[in-house]
Design a protein around this ligand. Structure first.
Ligand SMILES: [Zn+2]
Length: 563
């Protein structure tokens, strides 16, 4: 899920819009709502399948990198599972990723001298293998800060002879201070209540705070950007025969206090364009470059086996349905992305989102309700590379408000969850305030579980997570807001993102709440209200290319503004 942007959407909805105040809609749920809701609670809290689903999606099929056989196998398993629950029309829908699939199969990393020890690393996705075990001296390449092209070229020329055949540690040591004030794992109840209170003129403020990336430096056209430097370093190491490149994980992490590693991808997705590359635990990186700085040679040994899958250029979204009855040609969707990064098994990002949404639909099937509209579960792929799977699906099925396909007019709403294991606390709903009021009414019976409401957003900016692919098209995307738990600090995209970091009680509650809301939407006489043609905000151009200062390797488009 895209972090800062998710927040900005929330704030945007508060600052820009239709004043929420005075527009509180008294929306009533269906007459049998209380009875259905208690059945949903009982099924979800007492007969949950979430942890069973999690075990398969993480332990058995993780990690699920886009284009990898694991991701496809996870989708096939999910279809089998949902079919066994009575869902219909389970299938994989292809879209063109355009890059080969990649997995790391084997990886060892050791200091051979002046000490002998293993070190902790992950392969950079879409990087090449070593040619068997490679043993070599190390070199720490300390890049100049914000150089001009001439300065950078001169620097690279000055170190060209030093990288040949070496293990190159790119980047100076960064001193990451121990965090003495870790942020709370739960959102404050009162703050959440205020944020989702439609009578509060400041609703939506507080909670997740602002753009955490801080101020972007104004670009100086005479200086190279971090991205430009990164591209040149990639080409330089390849041209000058470096044996292995080592990155410090602090390039992609603000906190390192659990020894976690966060590895993304080779910016080109082409293993022929870079040398074998690993991302190293900060503590190991620090130890080695400090020894090098003493003038003591450090010999390393790496053995990396990565596998390329040409068939990975075609990637699949995973779809299954509970068919509707009298309004079965209209559809309520719910889902999350099934693809993950590869440093662990992708539990909080986002096997759990898939497991929660599969479970929400399973609960409805299990209690035997007959939804009027079709309920469709979608498990996306390519989210981490830029929301690619959900964008492809929306384009194939719905088009946009400006250029709609027939299915555009039969689509009710799409619930998305993608912010870790924390229980759901509220939602943002793309559309006029009346749409958020309907979702708020559906959520209201679950305040005791911590769910506080829904707010409208009118932002069509895509980014962060898959609900925004629907918003972008002008369709009602419904994005869930959750308690952070360890997500931002520890598990998101890191080597800690495993089954052990799921809180079963929280995720059961989220599934119950979403099942109830999906049911209400599937049963109402009318679909969610939408913006009229006149009210529809203009489509938002994709955000500009932004780079964190100091970043030397590509971060995925979907990541740059993450919450
Ligand atoms: Zn995610």
């Amino acid at each position: 899920m895209l972090k800062a942007l998710g927040l900005s959407i929330l704030c945007f909805s508060i600052l820009m819009p239709f004043s929420i105040v005075g527009q509180v809609q008294q929306v009533k749920n269906l007459p049998d709502t209380d009875e259905i809701n208690s059945k949903i609670r009982a099924e979800g809290m007492e007969h949950s399948h979430i942890m069973h689903t999690m075990h398969y999606l993480t332990d058995v099929y993780g990690p699920r990198l886009t284009g990898s056989p694991n991701l496809k196998a996870a989708g096939e398993w999910a279809i089998k599972e949902m079919t066994s629950w009575g869902f219909e029309n389970g299938h994989l829908e292809p879209w063109n990723f355009g890059h080969v699939g990649w997995t790391n199969e084997y990886l060892t990393a050791h200091i051979i001298s002046p000490v002998k020890t293993a070190v902790e690393v992950r392969a950079l996705a879409w990087s090449p293998s070593t040619n068997g075990a490679v043993r070599a001296e190390s070199y720490n390449m300390i890049l100049p800060e914000r150089p001009t092209q001439d300065e950078f070229t001169a620097y690279l020329n000055s170190v060209a002879a030093k990288v040949k055949g070496r293990v190159v540690f790119v980047g100076k040591y960064v001193d990451v201070k121990i965090n003495l004030n870790p942020s709370p794992r739960r959102q404050d109840d009162n703050a959440v209540k205020q944020r989702y209170n439609p009578d509060n003129p400041n609703a939506g403020q507080g909670g997740f705070g602002g753009n955490r990336r801080g101020q972007q430096q104004a670009p100086d056209p005479t200086k190279l950007t971090a991205r430009q430097m990164g591209e040149q370093v990639d080409a330089f190491l390849l041209a000058n025969g470096a044996a292995v490149r080592v990155m410090d994980t602090v390039e992609t992490l603000a906190t390192v206090d659990h020894g976690q590693i966060r590895a993304f991808n080779n910016r080109t997705y082409d293993p022929n364009k870079i040398v074998p590359t690993v991302v190293m635990r900060h503590e190991d990186y620090g130890r080695i470059v400090r020894i090098l700085a003493d003038g003591t040679p450090v010999t390393m040994e790496f053995n990396i086996v990565n596998h390329i899958y040409p068939e990975g250029t075609t990637v699949y979204n995973t779809i299954a349905e509970i068919p509707g009855t009298d309004k079965k040609d209209e559809v309520v969707m719910l889902g999350g992305h099934l693809d993950s990064w590869h440093s662990s098994t992708g539990a909080t990002d986002n096997a759990i989102g898939c497991a929660v949404m599969m479970e929400a639909a399973r609960i409805l099937k299990a209690i035997g309700v007959k939804p009027r509209r079709t309920i469709r579960v979608a498990l996306w792929s390519g989210e981490e590379e830029g929301l690619l799977g959900s964008k492809a699906y929306v384009a194939q099925h719905f088009g946009t408000a400006e250029n709609p396909k027939p299915e555009f007019f039969k689509f009710d709403g799409y619930f998305n969850i993608d912010d870790g294991t924390g229980r759901a606390r509220g939602a943002s709903v793309f559309g006029p305030p009346e749409a958020a009021s309907i979702v708020r009414a559906a959520f209201a019976p679950f305040e005791d579980l911590g769910l506080e409401g829904a707010l409208p957003t009118n932002s069509r900016r895509s980014g962060g997570t898959d609900s925004t692919s629907f918003n972008e098209a002008g369709l009602p995307g419904i994005g869930m807001n959750q308690d952070p738990i360890e997500y931002n600090q520890y598990t998101w995209h890191t080597s800690l993102d495993s089954y052990e970091h799921i809180i079963e009680d929280d995720v059961k509650k989220s599934a119950v709440e979403i099942a109830a809301a999906v049911y209400q939407l599937a049963m109402r006489d009318e679909m969610l209200p939408r913006f009229s043609k006149d009210q529809m905000p203009a489509p938002t151009p994709p955000p500009g290319q932004q780079q964190r200062p100091g970043a030397t390797t590509a971060r995925p488009a979907a990541d740059r503004s993450r919450r």
